[in-house]
Every structure is written in C-alpha cells, then in structure tokens.
Design a protein around this ligand. Structure first.
Ligand SMILES: [Zn+2]
Ligand SMILES: [Zn+2]
Length: 248
C-alpha cells in the first residue's frame, strides 16, 4: 500500500495523457480531446460584471444584469471557466476521486485569465472541506486548484483563515432561504487569522458554484473579517435552474 503510493507519481508520468473529460488518449497533458473541447460550454464575454452571468451575444460589455442591479450581491464577482453540466461535473468528480493534481493544474490554467491585473493585494482562500470528508478523500480539491493558480505567481494561499466547523447538510431541494439557514454557522474565521485578509482582495476558490449558498456564506464571513473584496473563482457554475443566458 505504502509502496504503491510512493510509486504513483512515477506511474502517472509514464502513462500516456488522457482527456480529463472522457478518458481517451490525447497528445499532451492538460488537454481535452476535440470532442470534449467542443462540448464544454465555456463562459465567455459579454457577461454581467457583477455576477459573471453571460449575456446573449451582441450586448455591450461593462453591464450589470437586472438581477444584480435590483439585488447587489455581497461578492465582487463570480469567475467560472465553464457552465455546470454532466461533462464539467464528471471532470470535477475525477478531480475529487481520482486525486488528479494535473487536473487541478488544468483548471487553474483556464482560471488564470480571470486573475486581476494587480496581484499585489491578492490572497487565495480555498473553501475548506469538513475534516471528516478531508480524512476520507485525503485532499481538498479547492486547495489543489488554489495552489496551482498561485504557483509561479507568488500569491499567498491561506488554508486556515476560513474554517469549516461542521459539514454542510445536503442542500438539494431546499429553497434559497432554507439553504441560507442551513449553511449558517458552518464556517468561521478565527480572530487570530483576520490580519491575513484584512484590506485584501480575497479570491475564494471552489470547484463548483451551484446554489451559491456555501460560497456566499464564506463571502459574508470574509468581509466581516475585513476583506476589502471577495471574488469567487471556480471551475464550473450553475447560472440558475433552468436558464442558459440572459436575453436582452
Ligand atoms: Zn474527451
Ligand atoms: Zn449579474
């Protein structure tokens, strides 16, 4: 067992690269096959400058969607690479259960284009896993993505600023209000760690943004702890149940 673990990185290097979407052989590491590449729904501009929700093509940029105008979100933007669907979900599952550091690097490569121009005040904070889940899985995929994003850029990754005090209950089927209540008290920021994010631009890193309940609970705490800005960075996101893009 221990021996196998020790040899694993070597075996990974020797194995031919496979598409992280479907598993077919591809030419290079960190590459999707043509089929998956064409099926992944990449989020592109124009998009709402506040929530990142894509607009139908042909709309001006630098616009805020009607929903954000009516209800300005607490966060300072959601940056996602692709829309959440079966394919992007299977990639997350591979990242979670296959222990693929290379996949985290691939996600980070695509997320990097959303990094702000001025990185001097940026600090990366991954969404923590509950320790029971961490123990079972052995790693936190959000930390892997955050570290891959920070690598070579000298960005700090703070893994103990945001703590999870208990596991999040299953949120599926709950109303927005119920989800907000369910995640209350799930996270905290220890007073001794506030100095690490006070006045900083926090990039909150997660694998997927689905209902937003978890991410927004984190945003609220980080801002309360003094973060100047909090932008959510994730691989895939759900827009809202049932809608694809905002039509003008
Ligand atoms: Zn593929
Ligand atoms: Zn918006």
């Amino acid at each position: 067992m221990e021996l196998a673990a020790a040899f694993k990185p070597l075996v990974d290097l020797v194995l031919p690269p496979r598409c992280p979407g479907c598993g077919v052989l591809v030419e290079d590491d960190m590459q999707f096959c043509g089929d998956c590449w064409s099926k992944l729904r990449f989020i592109s501009d124009p998009a709402c400058t506040s929530c990142g929700k894509p607009f139908a093509q042909g709309r001006d940029e630098d616009l805020v969607c009607a929903e954000c105008l009516a209800n300005p979100p607490l966060h300072d933007g959601i940056k996602a690479v692709v829309l959440y669907d079966d394919l992007s979900r299977s990639i997350v599952l591979r990242l979670k259960h296959g222990g693929k550091i290379g996949l985290a690097r691939l996600v980070a490569k695509h997320l990097a284009r959303h990094l702000p121009d001025d990185l001097s005040n940026v600090v990366l904070v991954p969404v923590p896993l509950h320790r029971w889940r961490l123990w079972r899985r052995g790693f936190n995929q959000s930390i892997l993505i955050a570290r891959a994003l920070a690598a070579g850029r000298g960005l700090p990754v703070e893994t103990d600023v945001l703590r999870r005090t208990r596991a999040t209950p299953p949120l599926k089927g709950m109303t927005r209000k119920q989800r907000g209540i369910a995640v209350r008290g799930v996270f905290d920021v220890p007073a001794s760690h506030r100095g690490r994010i006070a006045g900083r631009h926090v990039l909150l890193v997660d694998d997927v943004y689905t209902t937003g309940a978890t991410a927004n609970a984190c945003v609220r705490l980080l801002k309360k702890a003094g973060a100047a800005r909090v932008t959510i960075f994730c691989w895939a996101r759900v827009l809202r149940e049932g809608d694809e893009a905002d039509t003008p």
